[in-house]
Structures are given as structure tokens and as C-alpha cells.
Design a binder for this molecule. Sequence first.
Ligand code: TYM
Length: 332
Amino acid sequence: MGEKKQIVLSAIQPSGSMTLGNYLGAIKNWVAMQEEYFCFYALADLHTITVRQNPQEMRKNILDMYALLLACGVDPDKSVFFIQSHVTTHAQLAWLLNCYTQFGELSRMTQFKDKSKKHADNINAGLFTYPSLMAADILLYQADKVPVGADQMQHLELTRNIANRFNGLYGNVFKIPEGFVPKDGARVMSLQTPTSKMSKSDTNINGCVYVLDKPEVIIKKFKRAITDNDAEVRFDIENKPGISNLMTIYSAVTGLNTEQIEKEFAGKGYGDFKASVGEAVIEHLRPVQEKYQQIIKDRAYMEETWKKADAFAQNFSQRTLDKAMKKIGYIK
Ligand code: TYM
């Protein structure tokens, strides 16, 4: 007791709806970590415009995602749950960090390469420098831990490199953060192409399950999931990526381990297994969906909640920004 809590920071983009991958890979951990850590959670709405957005849809997505995270269990009495674009320090520090981040480093980012292929008509500078903004998000809060899915670990490594470089020049300005990926669900794969991650940009709509999908849609997507021909529920990512992915999902929502799952479905067909995974996901998401329906109707509550959090985040992060600027040579 009396010890200072470690600091956690994480963020999610409000681009489209939350996927089961987001939920199992990151958000479940956000909720669990609130008990032990001092947590800052953000809607990364500045990151969102690296891909062109429709203004009306964007406003709706921001509100929906804010409500959904509250419904998932992000608790404003325990955590600081703010909106990135409302806190001015993020864009400011991102600019500074851009000047301490190398072209070569950014060129190696897998997400940049993937997104440039997907949006070949709009490879903008923001898409390229996206990781410096993410580094700013993290470093502003002197975060010890950053809960993310496995796909964000490369950005986290870059954040550590930028912070080390800056500290090497100016002394201890930034805490060096550690990534924190979950045991189950770090990499939830597409139900249709189980060798690529589940993502809203999946070309096949049956590949991606959304937290707000209706039960009948969820069950349909799981029943259509791609598997293999040897009719055995066994974990083997290399040779059985589809079944292994379904096992990972089942494990994350039931708490059962691989052996227990293999035993439960020994001698049963894939049809039974896929339906059971679908049902388990539906049951797991039911309370979240119900809570979301209540919260989304209460705009006043949401606004009050983010305003309090935005002000706290602004004040807290300003200290780090001021320190970094002073070290670089700016005058007040
Ligand atoms: P985003 O919005 O794409 O995803 C939010 C979180 O969900 C995780 N995730 C997954 N985990 C497992 N399996 C999947 N299929 C899957 N898809 C997504 C992501 O790893 C992430 O943790 N750049 C970030 C947002 C961000 C951020 C930050 C994160 C901005 N600033 C600072 C941490 C710290 C992103 O685009 O995540």
C-alpha cells in the first residue's frame, strides 16, 4: 500500500465498428488492468484520418466507439478515458518526435506497407508518420505498460527506440514503455483467411466479427468459418490455422485451455465445434451489447465523462511536453 501505481496507456481508432480482434486482443486487457494500474485510455481519432473518412460517419463512429468502450467496462471512475483530438499535446509532441524519427525506420513499418497497398491512391505523409503520433500518445503519459494486440508491437518497439534516442540526447525525459499482449487473443485471425489478422478491411464480410453484430449474424459467420479436411479439433497453427484460430477465440471467451477444448470436442465434427464457438461468443458479448444500447442514448453522460477525462489528460501530458520542449531549446 502507498506505493505509486504504474501507468498504463492504450488507444483504439474509432474507424468503423469494434472487431472481435480489437476486443479480445486489447480491450479485455484494458478493463482488467484498471484494477491494478493508473490507466489512460484514448480514442485515437487523429490517427483515423490517415485514411479518408466521411465526416458524418466519422462523428457517428467516434460516439459509437466511446459508448462501446464504456459498455465493455472501461470505467471512468477508475481510468482516464479521453479523446485524443481534444488534448492538444498529442499533435504537438508528435511533430517534435517526427524530427527524432528516421525515414528508414518508418519505411520498415509493416502497417505502413500494408495500408499503402490498400490505399494506393492516398499514401499521405500522415500515414507514413503515424507511428510518431502513436509514440507521442504513449510517451506523454510516462506509461510503463501498453496493452495492445500483437500487430502493434512493431510500433511499440519504434516508440522505445525514439524515446531512447531522445533520452540519449537530453537526459531522462521519457519513461521507456513495455508492450503487454494477452496470452489468448493477441492475434485473432480472419474467419475466412485465417493466415491474416481479423480486420474491418477484410474483403470478405464473413471474415470479421463485430462486437455489435446481432447474434444471428455472429452464428452465421462462425458456421461459415474456413477450416480444413481432417475433422479433428487440435491446436496446430501451421497446419490448421482455421481451427487453431477458433480455438483461440473459444479459449478467450470461455477461459478453457487448449487441452480442455481438444477434450471437449474429441470425436465431434467441425459443425458442432463452430456452432459452440459462435454461441460462446454471443453469450460473452450479450451484456456488452445491452449496456451499449443504454449508453449510446445518453449523450449528456458521455460528454460529461470525456470532458473530465480530456481536462485531466491535458494537464498531465502538458508536463511532459513542457519538459521535452525545454530540453530541446525552446523558450517559454
Ligand atoms: P487499432 O485501432 O487498429 O486496434 C486497437 C487494438 O486492437 C488490437 N487488434 C487486435 N488484436 C488481436 N487480433 C486482432 N485481429 C486485432 N486487430 C486489432 C490492436 O493491436 C490494438 O491494440 N495504432 C493503434 C491505435 C493507437 C495506439 C496508440 C495503441 C494509437 N495510439 C498508443 C496503443 C498506444 C491502432 O491502430 O489500433
